[in-house]
Write a protein of this length. Structure first.
Length: 292
């Protein structure tokens, strides 16, 4: 377990999946990040690559062959190499192996860098295509945050606020979690503010299609602590908590890519908003978690 630490926060990251395990407020001794209680959801903040969500039948076609990929891809399932480690920065690297090649026959380097500065943690992704062909992929984060924080107030006290404040739409699911291809207004969010309640998420995830979003803030009038997640470099915002459970967390997920639309098994290149990375090119994208 790697630790990043300053006078405000203690951050822990596991080499397995290069996954965040802890964002701890040192002075007031409480945890921002969900603890991974398997009774609700046994993760903290998985990194999503080379797909986001599910493929139809968990499969895709390429060059006359059919490949299988698990939900959210495989980055979360492998141990990353630690390329750099200090109190302020940790760099993790994943390269192909026999198992990844069987699922995703491309030559890549995925680098995930965590940088701690004051009350802010930056999560930066860099994907390099070493293949001789165009490489399709999606990438995203899946951090889960405790509600309420520091045991102050209740779940229903909290709000999620997007900036800039506006009316937004989200993708309908049919069946959950696959998008139907249709969108509808997110009526529970009024003028960019969502009052938290479990009923909103009873049927699954909410994927907001609004590429001009900059930040999402989780806060409460009965709690002086919260987080602001900068999602401005990503194309979609996903909000999720465990379906059919009153789980005490919310995931604020920056997505660069989407799940498959309900239908037949297709190619990765056909997926909406897929990144098509040419040979020897790289893609850089990052989000920041600002604590308060």
């Amino acid at each position: 377990m790697l630790k990043l630490e300053n006078d405000q926060l203690l951050v822990e990251v596991a080499a397995q999946g290069a996954e965040l395990q802890k964002i701890y407020h040192k002075k007031e001794k409480f945890e921002y990040l969900w603890d991974g209680n398997p009774g609700f959801w046994g993760n903290h903040a998985p990194n999503l690559f080379p797909i986001i969500g599910r493929l139809n039948e968990y499969k895709y076609n390429k060059d006359g062959q059919t490949y299988e990929l698990p939900q959210h891809g495989f980055a979360k399932d492998f141990e990353f190499e630690v390329a750099e480690s200090s109190a302020a920065k940790a760099v993790f690297v994943l390269k192909p192996n026999e198992e990844t090649q069987a699922m995703y026959p491309y030559d890549f380097t995925l680098t995930i860098t965590y940088s701690l500065e004051g009350p802010e943690l930056k999560v930066a992704y860099k994907v390099k295509n070493h293949s001789a062909e165009t490489m399709p992929f999606s990438i995203g984060g899946h951090p889960a945050f405790n509600i309420p924080m520091n045991c102050e107030g209740t779940y229903d006290d909290c709000t999620l606020t997007i900036d800039p404040k506006k009316e937004v739409s989200y993708f309908e699911s049919d069946p959950v979690p696959y998008p139907s291809g249709d969108k509808k207004p997110f009526k529970d969010m009024e003028n960019g503010i969502l009052k938290m309640n479990h009923e909103t998420f009873r049927d699954g995830l909410i994927i907001i299609d609004e590429p001009t979003l900059e930040t999402v803030t989780l806060a409460s009038p009965n709690n002086k602590h919260g987080v602001t997640v900068d999602v401005s470099e990503f194309t979609y915002l996903c909000l999720w908590t465990k379906e059919q459970m009153n789980a005490p967390f919310i995931c604020i997920e920056p997505f660069y890519g989407l799940l498959d639309v309900t239908g037949e098994v297709g190619t990765l290149e056909e997926k909406e908003n897929i990144i098509l990375l040419e040979a020897d090119e790289q893609k850089d994208v990052a989000f920041t978690i600002a604590t308060f």
